[in-house]
Design a protein around this ligand. Sequence first.
Ligand code: KIV
Ligand code: ZN
Length: 506
Amino acid sequence: MDPHRVIIFDTTLRDGEQSPGISLNSFEKLEIAEQLARLGVDVIEAGFPISSPGDFEGVEKIARSVSGVTVCALARAIENDVRTAWDAIKEAERPRIHTFISTSDIHLKHQLRKSREEVLETARRMVALAVSLCDDVEFSAMDATRSDPDYLAAVLQAAIDEGACTINIPDTVGYAIPSEFGDFVREQFKKVPGLKDVAVSVHCHNDLGLAVANSLAAVENGASQVECAINGLGERAGNASLEEIVMILETRKRTLGRATGVKTVEIARTSRLVSQLTGYDVQPNKAIVGKNAFAHESGIHQDGVLKERTTYEIMNAASVGRGQSDLVLGKHSGRHALKAAMEELGYNLSEEDLNQAFVHFKKVADKKKQITAVDLEHLVSEEIRELTDIYELKSYEVSSSSEFVPTCQVIIEKEGEKLLGKSFSGGSMESIFKAIDDAVGTKGKLKDYQVRSVTEGKDSLGEVRVVVEVQGKAYAGTALSIDVVEASAKAYVRALNNAYRAGAVT
Ligand code: KIV
Ligand code: ZN
């Protein structure tokens, strides 16, 4: 590999998915993975297969159908984890097993309750096992930055001796500061002779807001892989943000002399999709993908940008795929125009899928004058999710006024069977959710409800996300419609679909 190239290892679907409240089903994971492949990341860490049957299924699906990228599965340094990870990814075009064990004394004493010798031996055995199954093995020394550097070096060398070809040095608890972390990585290169023959990776958490700065310091000191996540998702304060790492390397390439294979124009779209499916909003002032990242409020700045963009902009919004929500289609657009627009977005639909998408598109175009690229992207996403649902909202009727208690009636279809649900209570949303419960024969508890508009304007598509608790477990559902009431009902039904997949609804 070109020594100037930085390998982008995306962990949105693994570490990112560990963020509280995120629960993606396997189809949503696949949708994100397909977009990550379009974005051009080198490695997709698809999940942690031993952690749940749902995670296994998601990783397996991605491994089977996403091509042109390495698909990686995480495993503790435990035999069953490693074998399960391999089972999930073995059909991938380029599979990778990523196994890890802690190396800091604090983790050894309080969590693993193992001696340094035992951990070193376990790392050795599990890397050897992984290498016997898969050609591409990554080893991570968890909590590396709080580990004794000499002991860490011994474990890393052992992993290399057993055949690991990527060695990851994580700042698991986000404790490092850039100058110190850069030195730490450089010292490991001196202590571990084998590091020069493998890819050296870093995985930084953002507890002190330094994940990106620390990753960059590591790159400047010899790291060739950065583990990061879209929108900076991840445990606690998150991981290094992929879009920031990529755009730092791109914008400052003359100084840093490093490059990635990421197609930066896909960044904004990937960020939107991840935000939409995880329910994690992007803060408005977030670098690169925040709503205001390219907005100029002060008159002096606006004046400067109008005269010459580079007076106040170090990047072009278009280079990250922003500012492209121009009108693409309207109610008079035909099937061909839709097909062409879809292809431009990277979707090659079959004749049947195109017909279905066209019906959906026409319904929206009848009510919304202008369908932008962003609208279309959301509609496609909605379409894909509908295809995988068992319960489908066929119709609803809700009557509400300031004087009377609302009443609601819904029809839900399940495998061809029509289920009728009714309710008479509370507010109109409560009434609709209760009627859906009645049709499905369950009792969901609404834990969260969010509405946002996809674009600007009164006729914007509305996106609703709900989190519903069924039998003590939370399930999320997101849906889109020109009508917020319909979007709410669909989102609720979608959450019940996720509960169904997990066996909580029958
Ligand atoms: O933060 C961490 O150390 C991890 C490892 C599994 C790489 O997520
Ligand atoms: Zn992590």
